[in-house]
Every structure is written in C-alpha cells, then in structure tokens.
Design a protein around this ligand. Sequence first.
Ligand SMILES: Nc1ncnc2c1ncn2[C@@H]1O[C@H](COP(=O)(O)OP(=O)(O)OP(=O)(O)O)[C@@H](O)[C@H]1O
Length: 451
Amino acid sequence: MIPSILIVEDDLTFSTMLKTWLGKKGFEVETASTQAKARKLLGTRSFDLILSDLRLPDKDGMSLLSWLREQQNEVPFIIMTSYAEIQSAVRAMKEGATDYISKPIQPDELLKKIKEAIQPGPTEAATEKKKNASQTTHSFLEGESEEARKLYNYVSLVAPTQMSVLINGASGTGKEYVAHRIHQLSKRADKPFIAIDCGSIPKDLAASEFFGHVKGSFTGALSDKVGAFEEANGGTLFLDEIGNLSYEVQVQLLRALQERRIRRIGSTKEIEVDVRLISATNENLKEAIAKGNFREDLYHRINEFTLQMPALKDRPEDILLFANFFLDQANRELDRSLIGFDAEASEALQKYSWPGNLRQLKNVVKRATLLAQGEFITAKDLGEEIHERKLTEDDRVKPEESFMLHDEETEKHRILKALQQTGNNKSKAAALLGIDRKTLYNKLKLYQIPQ
Ligand SMILES: Nc1ncnc2c1ncn2[C@@H]1O[C@H](COP(=O)(O)OP(=O)(O)OP(=O)(O)O)[C@@H](O)[C@H]1O
C-alpha cells in the first residue's frame, strides 16, 4: 500500500516542491495551505502521516495537533519549524507530535524521519543504528545574520565550479563545515570528501599522507598505503591548517596540483588524479609568504577564491540560533529534553565574546545541557567563563590573530585608523593593532601606505 502524507504549509512554492519530491520517493501526497483546509480534508479521509508547518495563517500547527489528539486520532505528526521556534517544537513533542524537523529542511533527514514515524516500534538494533547515524551526519545551520548571508551566497556561487577555495578564519568558526558544504553542493557530492589536518601530521609523514607509499619504501612503510589524493579521486580534498606544511611538501603539493598526477613514495608509476582542493587556515598566509614560510606560487594555486569566516561575535544575531541548534543536538545525544535557555542565560550568551567561536558555543551548550536541573538552561548552567564582559568598540587593541583575520581592505583601513589615532607613531600604532613593529612595517609596504 502506498503511504499517504498530508502537508500543511502556507508557503505554496515550498509545499509544491515537497509534494513533488515526496511523490518521487513513492508517497501519495496532498497539501493544505491552512489549518481549516487541513481539518476539512481530514474529515473526508485519513493519512498515514501529517507534516505540518508550525506557523499557519489561521491557527498554528500545534492547535491542529491538539485537535487531532482530542479526537483520539494518533496519526504520526511531524512539525516543521525554524530554529528560532525550536522551543515551540519541543513543546509540540510534549503534546504528542511524533517528531520535528527544522527548516531549511534537509531532504535526507526528512525522509528518515518520515520513515521512522510511519513504521513505529524500531528494534533495538535499529535504534542503535539511528544513534550512530545521527552522530555522523553533518547537520548544518547557516544562520540569519548579514555576515552569514554573504558567506553562504559566496559558498553557493563557488561550490558548483572547479575553483580551489581558501577558507580563512579563526579556530572554531566552522571552516571544515563550510568545506564540507561546498563539497555537498558541488557536482562531486557523491564522490569522497577527504579531510587532512596538516597541523597534526608529523613532517616526515606528510608526503606519504598525501601521495601514499609502497611497502618498504622507507622504514616504517610496512605495507602499501593509498594517499589522500588517490582516496579523494573524483571528489574533494580538504587541507586544514595548510600554513603548517613544510616547504618541501609545499613543492610536492604544487607539483601534484599542476600536473594532476601523483606518484606513491617508492613507486615509479604515475597515477592520474582529479581532485578539487579546498584549504583552510587561521594564519595570514600573505605574511607567511613575506617571511618566506609559504610559497607564493602555491598560495595562488590554492586560492582561486577566498572565503572569510566571520567570528561569532561579529554575527551576534546568530548566537541564539546556533545555541538552540546545539541544544537540539545535545538533547539528542544526551537523551535529554530541555526546552531552551532562560532570559538570563540568553542574555549571557549574547553578551559573551566567544573567542573559541562555534566550537566553544557547542561545548558550552553541551555541558550546560548535561548540568541543567530544570527544563531551561540557566545562566549558572552555562558556567563561569561566559560571564565576562563583551568586547566593545573601545577595546581597540585586539590580539594579533583577530587582527590578521580581516580581509585586506579592512586590514588596511584599521592600519590607517591606528596611525591616525597615534599621530603616525609606528610603535604605538603597532601596539594598538596588537602586532609588532616589524609586522607593521611589512604591512605598510604590502599596502603601499606612505611611511
Ligand atoms: N554551520 C554549522 N552548523 C552546525 N554546526 C557547526 C557549523 N559550523 C561549525 N559547527 C560546529 O562547530 C564545530 C567547529 O567547526 P569546524 O571544525 O568546522 O571549525 P574550524 O574553523 O574548522 O576549526 P579549526 O580551525 O579549529 O579546525 C564543529 O564540530 C561543528 O560541530
């Protein structure tokens, strides 16, 4: 029997898209744009599942749910919601919704949830599998700030191309996530995505990690090894912390990228590879080039397009969205059902400067989820560290790394501003910018600022 689904959604473009997609997946689908229409339809026939938006033009999805449950109708009910409304979704679960899914909808996740809702009572093995799957899937949130909008606009433009992308940003801003996103949105999505952390591989083993080796080619090469280039063939190779590669490996990497061929260490056989490269760094590679630590030719090869990751404090509108998103994840992982953050906790989250960015926020939320005694996370649950004062415009002296992470225009502007503020005193300007004098002089040269 073909399972039937009723979509209750007032965004007609979206519901038509969902209807078509679910139709292709083998479901029989009806749509209703208001709660009243849904009720009318439900009066004439039954469905195997209802997929309802939380917000509807007449009454919300919650009241449709209560109406059904009042009539002893236990049809599986999945609520669709945005992250801003996640607390209502959790409440809906308490009132008998089977599950909820956040917008933007990830098709695979939706399909999984529909299947689970329609076939209740999974075996233990299936539950275990589901747990593992949810741990490995990359659930993703873009954010709604202007910074996020700009970033993902660039991501969607560059993803379908073959361009190599350099992602610049401080630790924990989500560089690897964005790299993965680019891969997912590219034509290579069904091919491998191989990530290598160049910061953590020992210098001597880097070449073997990239290109592989044959048994016996050096002490310790106990068996043949396939390198990352071969593994990523047809797909995407992500090199994190690329600034950490030794000069020697940089040369080898450049050659492999130019020739699109590699040789395993100890082998004479050349292997053709088709790999798209995405790299990430939290260093200023231009400075590394100036110091002779990074090859300029490699820089241009890996940097056909640059993406600048915003620091979390520069996208304050996204803090609570991510906090709720991470709470949702932590609830699932820790098997808890906290509803959200109380007013004081929400304020503390927004005031904090988040030097460790999204990774730190995720950790703080997870810890708080574990510790919380009530239904809401309180400011106390968030821990001591986040109760510091938020940086203000007056905190002009920033640590070096935050200075380095801005794009060239911003960097140049800040240098000029610092010089102006200090009456062109280089030492004071350098201190104000959080860099040493020598670096400042290099930058003056780089940006051709008259001294
Ligand atoms: N857009 C996102 N949606 C959901 N979670 C995210 C997103 N971006 C980052 N995260 C979370 O934040 C954590 C840190 O992200 P990621 O590892 O991509 O940062 P990074 O900038 O590569 O850090 P590092 O420079 O330290 O390697 C991830 O484990 C992930 O859980």
